[in-house]
Structures are given as structure tokens and as C-alpha cells.
Write a protein that binds this ligand. Structure first.
Ligand code: HAM
Length: 421
């Protein structure tokens, strides 16, 4: 039996990579334009970073982490998300000493032991952006505006921005109690998981997909019935700034997010083109995360975009696949050497050029040039060498022309193949 990849872990093949590179390039361009800098953080962290940062009672920490003990007996975890690691790096390197505000982004794989299905994998990539050090609701709106601008820049349409507030340390416990009290009267309708959540994390019940649980929460109290005036004020201003930026949103009082660190603003971007896993991006404010992981009180807000989901929404088509600019078809020892010299020179100048290494016939080399969708083929048979002229064929229009070999040959060749026709 051939060794195969682990379930839920995907290869990204050369035919798909163009889309990935396009998304990553656009993210860097857009984010850096908004003043963000890239940070690269390790894939492995101490387990306690996530159990403290994300919260012991979350699905991620309870049952989805890839945790193991290393050879020195340390408990380590493959990062299930990037926010806690970015906060750790910010504290560890005292980046706050440089400026009170930090705008950081990172791109890379995350790991969660979830049941794989379309749009849900065990290794998946996120594009993540975070702003540390500012509590002003203007930043919440600006960050969301950047997210929407980015998603539009890669060509996504039919998106919905869903918005909620989750209160803070002062008012959320009151909501939690109110919700718990309400749901205690509905225990018989709750699934097994939610009965457990009733004690550990009643807010998560709002997110349950089980039909009876959905019915149980239909008339449940909303967070907005409980939040304090500071949180209400923050939320109102986020909405105002979003409106001022011309962004529309839908209020979703049931959106709780799957990580415990959120306070106040929470948001998701959903796509109607995706199936059950329809969240392309999610994020929110987390004003207590830094304290949870042992630091001082620093406000923060951020989001993460699921790359696989985003890429599945990009239009189909070959525009992302890279093809050779030139295929040099040669025949005979002398002409092969010449072909080698030309291709080598073009490679040094960053031009995608290919040739045959297997001594195939001119006809089968032409077939390969066709299969590779090369834009041009340069035919360099013995006859062409004898006449001192190479034949350049445009594979799209099928037109051909001769280029005299000798001085200036490479420059002429480059001129011809760089012309967009
Ligand atoms: P999250 O909602 O857990 O948030 O993940 C963000 C996005 O990652 C989701 O909307 C989805 O597109 C993608 N995603 C999550 N799990 C999977 C999976 N198993 N397979 C494929 N895609 C997945 C966070 O991770 C937070 N750290 C976001 C954040 C940043 N909040 C503040 N700052």
C-alpha cells in the first residue's frame, strides 16, 4: 500500500497554487496598505497558551487540539489559531515599547482535530490580522472595512457581514446567568453536549446546530438585553463608523464565536455560495486575552480568514495556472546544446522556458509544448541550424517567423515573446 496523507490534511497541487499565491499576494498588498506588518510565529506552542487564551471550556481546547508531550516532558500543541500566539509574541518581545499600537498579520496553517467535511479540515490555512493596544471603536470598524475590502479585492461577492456584541467582564456574567436560568427550564430539549455546556459555557448553546436546541433557544434572552452602557455605547459607535464607511451589516444576536476570549464586538463574514461551513472569516475584540496569558491589560481586535473556503469561492478558470513562455524544440546533438544554452539564459532572466531532455522526435516535442500550453515554441532542428535561422511559432495564432541566429538573437527572441498579443 502506498503511504497516503493524513485524513483532513490536504496537498495544494501546482494547478491550484496560482490561486493561493494570488490570495496571499493580495492580502499582503491590502494589509500593508492599511499599515499592517507581517509576523511569523511558531507552529508549536506550550499547551497552556491555548488552554488559557482560548478557554478550557471551548470545543477547540476540550477536544480539537493536537497535543503531545515532547521528549523533555513538555506539553505542546500544534496551534489551532494564531491570535494567542501573536499576543504572546507581542508580550514576549515587548513590542508595545516601540509603539502603543501594533498592527500585525500572519498567514499559515492551523490544526484542529475536527470531523473533516467540505470546508472543514484538520490542517487549514488562515490569513490573520490583529490590532493590539487600542480600544477605540473606530479601530473595530476600520479593521472590518479592511477585511471587506480585501475579500472584494480577490473577487468575492454575495457576502454578508454579521455583527454582534458579547459584552465585557462586567456585563457578560449577568447575561450568562440570565441565559442559564432560561435554559434550565428547557433542559429536556437540549442535546447531550449542550446539557454539559449549560454549566461550563451556556453561551455556546446559542451556536448549537441540533434542531431541538435551536428550538430551545428561539426565545432565549439576547445579550443586548443585558449589556452595560459602556458596551452598548461601544457597539453603537462601531455601527456608526461602519455606516460612515458605507458598509452594510446584519445584526446576529446569536453569534457567539467558538473562542472564549472575545469581549464586545464579534463578527463573521458568511458566503451564500458555501454549504454548511459558510463562514469565510470571523473575528472580534478581546480585551482580556493578554491578561489571561499572563500579560498586562492590553486591548485587541482581529480576524482570521479561512483560506480553503475563500479559495473555493474564487471563480473557476485557468488564469491562475502558469504556463511556459517558450518551449525550445531541438533535434540533434548540436541543436540540443544550443537549445540548452538559450533556455539557461532565459531562466537567468526569469523567463519560463522548457525543453526536452529525453531525445524525443520533433513531433512529440511539439505535442508536449502544446500540452504544457506554452505560449511560443522555438524550433531548432538540424535544418534551422544549417540555415542559421530558428523558427518561432506562436502557439495561439499558429503564425511562424524566422529569427536569424548569431548576434542579437536572444534579444530579438525576448522582444518577440514578451509582446502581448
Ligand atoms: P475562527 O472562527 O475559529 O476564528 O476561524 C476563522 C476562520 O477560519 C473561519 O471563519 C473559517 O473560515 C476558518 N476555519 C476555522 N476552522 C476551520 C477548519 N477546521 N477548516 C477550514 N477552515 C476553518 C479564529 O480562529 C480566531 N483566531 C479569529 C480571530 C482573530 N479573532 C480575533 N482575531
Amino acid at each position: 500500500m502506498e503511504v497516503q496523507a493524513i485524513r483532513g490534511f490536504n496537498d495544494v497541487l501546482p494547478e491550484e497554487i496560482g490561486r493561493w499565491q494570488f490570495v496571499e499576494k493580495t492580502a499582503r498588498k491590502v494589509f500593508e496598505g492599511f499599515g499592517f506588518s507581517e509576523i511569523r510565529i511558531p507552529i508549536l506552542e506550550r499547551t497552556e497558551l491555548f488552554s488559557r487564551g482560548i478557554g478550557e471550556a471551548t470545543d477547540i481546547v476540550e477536544k480539537e487540539m493536537y497535543t503531545f508531550t515532547d521528549r523533555s516532558g513538555n506539553s505542546l500543541t500544534l496551534r489551532p489559531e494564531a491570535t494567542a500566539s501573536m499576543a504572546r509574541a507581542y508580550l514576549e518581545h515587548q513590542l508595545y515599547n516601540f509603539d502603543s499600537m501594533a498592527k500585525l498579520y500572519c498567514i499559515g496553517p492551523m490544526f484542529r482535530y475536527e470531523r473533516p467535511q467540505k470546508g472543514r479540515y484538520r490542517q487549514f490555512y488562515q490569513v490573520d490580522a490583529e490590532v493590539f493596544g487600542v480600544e477605540n471603536p473606530m479601530v473595530d470598524a476600520e479593521l472590518i472595512a479592511m477585511l471587506i475590502h480585501f475579500l472584494k479585492s480577490v473577487g468575492l461577492e454575495r457576502l454578508e457581514l454579521q455583527l454582534n456584541t458579547l459584552g465585557d467582564r462586567a456585563c457578560r456574567p449577568k447575561y450568562r446567568e440570565g441565559l442559564k436560568k432560561y435554559l434550565e427550564g428547557k433542559v429536556s430539549q437540549l442535546c447531550e453536549d449542550c446539557r454539559r455546556r449549560l454549566e461550563s459555557n451556556p453561551l455556546r448553546i446559542l451556536d448549537c446546530k441540533v434542531e431541538t436546541c435551536k428550538q430551545a433557544i428561539a426565545d432565549a434572552p439576547k445579550v443586548t438585553d443585558f449589556i452595560c452602557s459602556e458596551c452598548q455605547n461601544h457597539f453603537d459607535r462601531v455601527k456608526e463608523y461602519l455606516e460612515a464607511a458605507g458598509l452594510s451589516y446584519v445584526l446576529n444576536p446569536r453569534m457567539v464565536r467558538g473562542l472564549d476570549y472575545y469581549t464586545r464586538t464579534a463578527f463573521e463574514v458568511v458566503s451564500y455560495q458555501l454549504g454548511s461551513q459558510n463562514a469565510v472569516a470571523g473575528g472580534g475584540r478581546y480585551d482580556n486575552l493578554f491578561q489571561e496569558i499572563g500579560g498586562k491589560e492590553i486591548p485587541g481586535i482581529g480576524f482570521a480568514i479561512g483560506m480553503e473556503r475563500l479559495i473555493s469561492l474564487l471563480p473557476e478558470g485557468g488564469e491562475f495556472v502558469k504556463h511556459p513562455d517558450l518551449f525550445v524544440a531541438a533535434l540533434g546533438e548540436a541543436s540540443f546544446k544550443e537549445a540548452y544554452r538559450i533556455v539557461n539564459q532565459l531562466h537567468l532572466e526569469g523567463i519560463r522556458a522548457e525543453l526536452d531532455y529525453e531525445g524525443k522526435s520533433l513531433k512529440s516535442q511539439m505535442r508536449r509544448a502544446d500540452k504544457l500550453k506554452s505560449r511560443y515554441t522555438l524550433i531548432l532542428g538540424q535544418e534551422e541550424l544549417n540555415r542559421g535561422k530558428a523558427l518561432l511559432r506562436n502557439m495561439g495564432t499558429k503564425s511562424q517567423e524566422e529569427i536569424p541566429m548569431g548576434d542579437g538573437f536572444l534579444n530579438q527572441l525576448k522582444d518577440k515573446i514578451s509582446t502581448i498579443d
